[in-house]
Every structure is written in C-alpha cells, then in structure tokens.
Write a protein that binds this ligand. Structure first.
Ligand code: HEM
Length: 724
C-alpha cells in the first residue's frame, strides 16, 4: 500500500502517511453488494451536539422577534466582500431558500430543506448552487449569534421568508423545527451521470415525453434543482421547457397554478448573474483549495463580485423594481415582445423588444445606468404555454390573488417535507389544516384498551390477518418527509385500500371486523388496526413461550376521503419492499435493494429490519397469500426458526425460478421449505448474516422476542408525533 496516498510527503502528522484507506470501499470492489451504510447515516458519532441535545426543544427558547429584526436589518446591510445587488440581499436569500427546499421530490420524499443538507456535498457544490455558499456565509453572524437555538436548516428557510417580507410580500407563515444533519447524506439518489450538467437524455426513456424521466428524480440534469434555464439541453424552446417545468414541479407535488405562482413570484425579485466569462470561474467549494475556506467559484475577473458576478451565466433582472414585491413580472412579460439573445457570458436569454426606458431596471451596482430586463426559457413558458398563459393572465389581472396563491405555494414549498402540522414550532405557524399536510383529526384516548383487545381476540381473525393488516397500515410511513403511517387509518381509503400489496379482498374482510369493534368501543379504527396487530404479536410470543405486552398509546384518529389528497399518496405504495413486484410475478433481481430503500425510508436500522423479517416469517404473515418464505414447522410462534434454519449448515439453497429458492436437506435432498430472494439475503449478505447468527444462537430467543417487540412498536408508532 502506498502510505503517502493521502497527500504526498508533507510534514503533517495527522493525514500524511496515514494507513486509513479512504479510497477503495467494499462498494467499489463489489458494486452489487447491498449498501447498508444508507441505514446508518447520521450516526450519533457524527453529531457534535450529543444525544441529549434536542433541537426541537431548544428552538422553543429562541427569541423569534429578535431573529426577525436582525434578518430584516441584515437584508440591506451590504458587505464589501459580497455586495448586495441594489443594496438588498433579498433575491440571493430567496434563491438560497428555494434551492434548499426545491430538491424535494414526492416519489421518495427525499431532498428538501428540512435537514440543512445544502451545507454539505454534493449540494454545496452543485452547479445550480453557484454562489449560494456566499449566501450562507453572509448569514453566519446571525447563525453564530443565536447558536444552538437556531439550526442552519431553519435559518435558510426563515431568511427566504424574511427577504420576501422585507420586500413587501405578506407571507403565509413560518414554522421552526428542522434539525440539522452533520454529515453528507448517503441515501439520496441524484442520478447516475458522472458528469455535471450531462445532457438530460439518459434520464428519460424519451426526452420528448418528460413523464418518462427516471424515478425518483425530479430535476432534468445532474446538478440542477429543476430545469435548465436556457431550454431543454440548453436549446431554447419555451414550449418544450414548459413540458419539463410541468413534470418537474409535479414531481414536487405542485400543480400548474402553484408552478406559475412560484416561478413568477420567485423572479419578481432579484437577478441573474452572468456579467463575465463563465469559463474562468474557480472550483466549487468542495473542490477549492484550503485558502477558500469553504467558499468556491472564485471569479478572477473584474472585481469578481457585485456587478461582475457570474453564477448561472444569464444576466439581468426580470422586473423593473427587483427589490419590491409587485406585479412587474407579468407587466413586462405581457407588455413586450421578447427576443432570444445572449448574455455577456454567452447564455441564452430573452430580452424585450423596444422597451421603454423607464421600464428598464437600473443596474444592480450603478443606479445611474439602466439595463434590459431578461426572461429565462422557463419564464417564457409562462407566456407561451397555453395553460400557463391563462394562469399568468389571471395573476396579471388580479395581483392580490397572485400574492395569495404565491404565499401559500411558497409555504408549501418550504414546509412540505416537515410532515404533519403538529410538528410546526413557533408563533408564525399557521393553524389552518392544509390537505398536503395529510391532516388527521385527534382520536379518542378514553376507551378501555384491554376490552378492545379482548374483542379482537374473540373476533375470529387469524394471527396472520391481524398482523398483516397492522403492518400494511403502518409500513407506508417514511421518515424522509414524515408522511404515511398508521395514524388516520388511510388504509381504508383510496388509493391504499386498492393496492395489490394490501390484498384488497382480505383487507376488506379484516377491516369489516375491525370497524365493527371500533364503533362498539369508541376506539378509532386506526387504533383498533394497531391493537389487532399487537394482539397477533402477543399471541405469537405466547406460542413461543413468552408473555409479553406490546406497548401501546391510544389516540390515533381516522381521516376521511375529504382529508386525503389521494394522488399524492400514490408514491407511498410499497413497491419498494418488493411486495408488489412479487404479486405481479416480476419479482425483480434487485428486490433486496428495494427492500433496503424502504427500510431506510421507514427509518429502520439493518438490525431492526432483520428482526422484523425474521418475526414476520415466523408468524406466517407473508403477503400475496403465499406460504413462500415460511421457514418453520411452528408457524404462528414468534421463534427464531427463520434464523436457525437460514444458518443451518445442513441445508442447501436451490433456485427454482422466478427468484424462488427451495431449501433442501443436504443429506436426504428432501425439500423442507421455500424461500424468496429477499429471505436469502439475510443469510448471504455478510452483515445481515452476522445479525441472523446473533438470533440463531441457542441463548438468544428471549432477546429476539424483546427486539422484535421493540422494532414492531417503533413501526406502529413512527408517525405518532403527537406523543413527542
Ligand atoms: C422554473 C424554474 C426556474 C428556473 C429555470 C430558474 C432559473 C433561475 C436562474 C437561471 C437564476 C439566476 C441565478 C444567478 O445567476 O444568480 C435564478 C435566480 C433566482 N431565482 Fe429562479 N428559477 C426557477 C424557479 C424559481 C423559483 C420557484 C423561485 C422561488 C420561488 C426562484 C427564485 C429565484 C430568485 C429569487 C432568484 C434571484 C437570485 C438573486 O437575486 O441572486 N426561482 N433562477
């Protein structure tokens, strides 16, 4: 091994000559291995605050009024090292907040502004985030002043809100509660390209049809937040841009009206920066030298800042008064014809024909000069696409309506990934129920839990029916945007009730019984579903010789169809745990990756996933009505048989097609059981096998039952933010 691989022959005792191998990981040698690391990111070891620190409690002691006052003053306190355009940092702060929130995508709930991930790679160095490093650094004195009481994640969004307010918009509200992460995320898939801004083509089956973009991606090119401002693959054509804008915003759960409001409202203030040569700009923060101290994109030409700034490469403001919230965007868009031109940096942009001198904005650094306003290709789409045009005209005619729609869409953009309203903290958190928050009414807590459990036990439902229904109800939860879960009992409603993976006929029968018990006892259906699962688990533990009571807290509520934005629940369908693939008989190679992905979204560790799968197999709760994967002759007992049989050296494992395996006795060749591909991963992957071995050991059955009950309880309560 080359002992100097980390940096040559310098005298630094810490890094040079280190024997730590930072380059070749297991994943590099065996790229098809399961990357369990995604389950263990944001480990306590990366967190400098320690486990006792609870940001969500700490932020309640923050002096909100003082922070707001400081932020308003900050907006017009221009610093020489990065001067504010027109003496106002509003545009820059809003772009920063939008880029923090705008990475959110509905398909997997990942991305978004709830973690402060913009501080880390790759986002801190994305080509689309050029010079947002300056925006965050400008905010450092405020962050420093309020310290642990104010996370970066909250501050980035709050700064965007304060910027709008200081320019005259009445915002819809703001909620605190975004705890910072302390290391780059490992689980977010941003695309397979190895080159920044590689052409869009590889992301789409058909570039002409934006709906064919690879899921869960939402941005059209690697390193962009959404679409290319110069047009599809940099080729100007507003109608084609419109199609991409529509698809990418839909993937963030925004409809056409919200999309027009956001684009127009975003570009009502601030400007594009491209007054120079984009080719000479230095490395991004992650690649820049130590002397950059975390800042990148050094611009060696002119002053390199202020009027000489190069960010996107486009140059100019969209409106006549770019530091004021007004209707100027639509005024200019509709008053003038626009022609395609080039910015000083050579980027495509649109400029007005024969614009009146007084409609031109003044130069951002020199108020004695007026400059042409500009539009990006996406802005032109707001006028050229017939659907967008109709909405734009409506906004143009009714500025108050525009302001109202924008304020709500901005709130949704910046809060959607925070989960239910009960998680909002602070005096500006709006009280109104909004459908995208997945509202659930408070549930009854004053009923007799033991009486409900007794009725369930006597109902004639099988253990498998009880456990499967509770699991199916809870497993939609994902920690990436805190949606789904057992609360609300949305498994009774479309679309969940019709998902193949929920076996609609069985589900309807089980729900019929459980709904009857709910109405007899006053418990919510959501609670009864979970209690039924708990009864099943307790019975299974008893059959294995253990008396356990699964912890339970009452109070889940029952949502209605009117409270459910059905289309936005579709992405929660559990294809990721491979059940649907299984039912559709295309049980793909790679099902274990899908299971891993789901496990991560549910917030479970590899160890919890192992005990849950082992326990579910022991209880015979397979989906699809099959018996595949039941590794036990004692079905229905919460034993460690899954692990014992999986690790038994007297067994052989033989593929029998469609990713099924027969388990045979090595000596007699008799078939003992059948398993799925996902089951076998727990015996073949070296890490998962090490966990399986723990439970296969003779003395660890009691530990297994205890660990299973803990993991089960975690899943059933993952969405109970009201208990926090
Ligand atoms: C339709 C998709 C969008 C495209 C293609 C787009 C494109 C751009 C580009 C090229 C810039 C110039 C960056 C620079 O050179 O400094 C920019 C700036 C900006 N964008 Fe967007 N944008 C989009 C949507 C939005 C949205 C939804 C918002 C907020 C709601 C927003 C807010 C801003 C702001 C405030 C600036 C000005 C930054 C400054 O003054 O420094 N944009 N945008």
């Amino acid at each position: 091994m080359d002992g100097n691989k980390l940096g040559g022959a310098g005298g630094c005792p810490v890094m040079h000559g280190s024997h730590t191998d930072l380059e070749a990981t297991v994943m590099d040698w065996w790229p098809n291995a399961l990357n369990l690391d995604i389950l263990h990111q944001h480990d306590a070891k990366t967190n400098p605050m320690g486990e006792e620190f609870d940001y969500r409690e700490e932020v309640k002691t923050l002096d909100h009024d003082a922070v707001k006052k400081d932020l308003y003053a900050f907006m017009t306190d221009s610093q020489d090292w990065w001067p504010a355009d027109w003496g106002h940092y509003g545009g820059l702060m809003i772009r920063m907040a939008w880029h923090a929130a705008g990475t959110y995508r509905l398909a997997d709930g990942r991305g978004g502004g709830a973690t402060g991930n913009q501080r880390f790679a790759p986002l801190n160095s994305w080509p689309d985030n050029v010079n947002l490093d300056k925006a965050r650094r400008l905010l450092w004195p405020i962050k420093k002043k309020y310290g642990n009481k104010l996370s970066w994640a909250d501050l980035l969004i709050l700064a965007g809100n304060a910027a709008y307010e200081s320019m005259g918009l009445k915002t819809y509200g703001f909620a605190y509660g975004r705890a910072d992460i302390w290391a780059p995320e490992k689980d977010v898939y941003w695309g397979a390209e190895k080159e920044w801004l590689a052409p869009s083509d590889s992301r789409y089956d058909n570039l002409e049809d934006p709906s064919t973009m690879e899921n869960p991606l939402a941005a059209v090119q690697m390193g962009l937040i959404y679409v290319n401002p110069e047009g599809v693959n940099g080729k100007s054509d507003p109608l084609k841009s419109a199609l991409q804008v529509r698809e990418t915003f839909a993937r963030m759960a925004m409809d056409d009206e919200e999309t027009v409001a956001l684009t127009a409202g975003g570009h009502t203030v601030g400007k594009c920066h491209g007054n120079g040569n984009a080719d000479v700009i230095g490395e991004s923060p992650e690649g820049a030298g130590l002397e950059g101290q975390g800042l990148g994109w050094h611009n060696p030409t002119g002053t390199g800042v202020g009027g000489d700034t190069v960010s996107s490469g486009l140059e100019g403001a969209w409106t006549t008064n770019p530091t004021r919230w007004d209707n100027g965007y639509f005024y200019l868009l509709f008053t003038y014809d626009w022609e395609l031109t080039k910015s000083p940096a050579g980027a495509n942009q649109w400029e007005p024909v024969n614009i009146k001198e007084e409609d031109k904005p003044v130069d951002s650094a020199n108020p004695s000069v007026r400059r042409n306003p500009i539009m990006t290709d996406a802005d032109m789409a707001m006028k050229m696409d017939p659907i967008y045009r109709e909405i734009s005209e409506k906004f143009y005619k009714n500025p108050d309506y525009f302001s109202e729609v924008f304020a709500r869409a901005w709130f949704k953009l910046t809060h959607r990934d925070m989960g239910p309203k009960v998680r909002y903290i602070g005096p500006e958190a709006p009280q109104e129920d909004l459908i995208w928050q997945d509202p659930v009414p408070a549930g009854n807590t004053g009923y007799d839990v033991d009486a409900v459990k007794a009725k369930i036990a006597q109902s004639g439902l099988s253990m498998s029916e009880m456990v499967s229904t509770a699991w199916d109800s809870a497993r939609t939860y994902r920690g990436s945007d805190m949606r789904g879960g057992a609360n609300g009992a949305r498994i009774r409603l479309a679309p969940q009730k019709d998902w193949d993976g929920n076996e609609p006929d069985r589900l309807a029968k089980v729900l019929g019984v459980l709904e009857g018990i709910a109405s007899d006892t006053g418990a919510s259906i959501a609670d009864v579903i979970v209690l039924a699962g708990n009864v099943g688990v307790e019975q299974a533990a008893k059959a294995a010789g253990f008396d356990v009571t699964v912890p339970f807290s009452a109070g889940r509520g029952d949502a209605t169809d009117e409270m459910t934005d059905a289309p936005s629940f579709e992405p929660l369908e559990p294809i990721h745990d491979a059940y649907r693939n299984w039912l559709k008989k295309d049980y793909a190679v790679g099902a274990e990756e899908l299971m891993l992905d789901r496990t991560q979204l549910m917030g479970l560790t590899a160890h919890e996933m192992t005990v849950l799968v082992g326990g579910m197999r022991a209880m015979g709760t397979n989906h699809g009505g099959t018996k595949h994967g039941v590794f036990t002759d004692r079905e229905g007992a919460l034993t460690t048989d899954f692990f014992v049989n999986l690790t038994d050296i007297n067994n052989t494992w033989n593929p029998v097609g469609n990713n099924l395996y027969e388990i045979r006795d090595r000596k007699t060749d008799a078939v003992k059981w059948t398993a799925t591909r996902v089951d076998l991963v727990f015996g073949s992957n070296s890490v998962l096998r090490s966990y399986a071995e723990v439970y296969a050991q003779d003395d660890n059955t009691e530990k297994f039952v205890k660990d299973f009950v803990a993991a089960w309880t975690k899943v059933m309560n993952a969405d109970r933010f009201d208990l926090a």
